[in-house]
Design a protein. Structure first.
Length: 146
């Protein structure tokens, strides 16, 4: 139970950090790829180092950024950019997954806590529940060695 709580706390802390970090990049715009240098990484994807220009708050900005994608970017391509409204010069390549990782980690933490609580209730409230859980864990450990 203590191990599950520790893991859940760590996941919640990471989840909160990611949610707060993603809220900083609260605006999106379309950018133009000015230069691109792409190569295949060891996972069969393209790793592209880009120079991208974009307009934000009526001003044009140019930043270098990296993106790993199945697409091989070239000069003249359009790319979606997230930037900070408080400082539009800080930007990153838009990624749909950025907004989901934090909440997913928090949901996993809640599931871990629920499972740990249910196991604790079974072990403490049902006569022989602790023995049954121990037997199930022992059988799982033995079967896992096949």
């Amino acid at each position: 139970m203590i191990f599950a709580v520790v893991i859940a706390i760590i996941l919640v802390i990471i989840g909160i950090f990611l949610i707060i970090a993603n809220k900083k990049y609260n605006k999106s715009t379309q950018g133009d790829v000015k230069t691109s240098r792409c190569y295949y990484n060891n996972k069969g994807k393209n790793k592209c180092d880009l120079i991208v220009s974009y307009k934000a708050s009526g001003k044009e900005y140019t930043n270098s950024m990296s993106v790993t994608s199945s697409k091989r970017y070239k000069a003249g391509d359009k790319i979606k950019i997230d930037y900070k409204s408080s400082d539009p010069s800080e930007s990153r390549v838009y990624n749909e997954g950025h907004k989901y990782v934090g909440p997913v980690l928090m949901i996993i933490a809640i599931i871990i806590l629920i499972i740990a609580f249910v196991r604790m209730m079974i072990a403490s409230k049902i006569k022989g529940g602790g023995s049954a859980l121990l037997a199930m864990n022992t059988l799982s450990a033995i079967r896992g060695r096949d």
